[in-house]
Design a protein around this ligand. Sequence first.
Ligand SMILES: C[S@@+](CC[C@H](N)C(=O)[O-])C[C@H]1O[C@@H](n2cnc3c(N)ncnc32)[C@H](O)[C@@H]1O
Length: 212
Amino acid sequence: MEPDFWHERWSNNQIGFHEGETNALLKAHFQALDLAEGSRIFLPLCGKTRDIAWLLGRGHRVVGVELSADAIRQLFEELGLSPVVTETGRMSRYTANGIDIFVGDFFDLTEDQLGPVDAVYDRAALVALPGEMRARYAAHLTAISKAAPQFLITFAYDQSQMEGPPFSVPDAEVRRLYEDRYEITDLVSKELSNGLKGQVAATEDLWLLTPR
Ligand SMILES: C[S@@+](CC[C@H](N)C(=O)[O-])C[C@H]1O[C@@H](n2cnc3c(N)ncnc32)[C@H](O)[C@@H]1O
């Protein structure tokens, strides 16, 4: 997916991927990451997810990266925070108490800009990308986060039955992308009762990636 695809989605408010409330898997299983209060959690391709408010509410710090400045303006408005905006390399950085969001292309974000992170939370990021981008995404994410522990949510379905995003990322691909740096545990695997977008039978998986 090229940047224009996503900018258009945000400017036309076609954001069906946005959950109006905290992700249920995050709420139910976040403790599996066993993080100390104040941990800094990286959300790649973060949009304006409500999960950020939930993580901040639990005393964690959040760092994200997102292409759409519109999304991030809405995020801060909904959080009731006024960010300080600075420029760094090819990114704009929106900062407020406990939160740093980089607006720009994830692939331009460097390890130095990101800074240390204690965990990664990937919801609707890996699965938002077509197959040819996913290996590059996983390699870049592992590099800039220094293989921080990761919470990853994926879908698996018959890709010939529906176009992504979200794309199908089957178990074997998750393992291929991450097994050289992580122990991989499938914490939850469940059939979606109404299928994905009501169109195709699908399984949703929650993975815990623990650095080797
Ligand atoms: C499917 S949405 C998921 C958003 C969020 N993770 C959530 O759970 O609501 C994918 C998001 O990634 C952003 N995005 C896509 N490609 C990107 C890139 N290369 N760099 C930064 N953000 C990107 C899009 O603008 C969009 O907001």
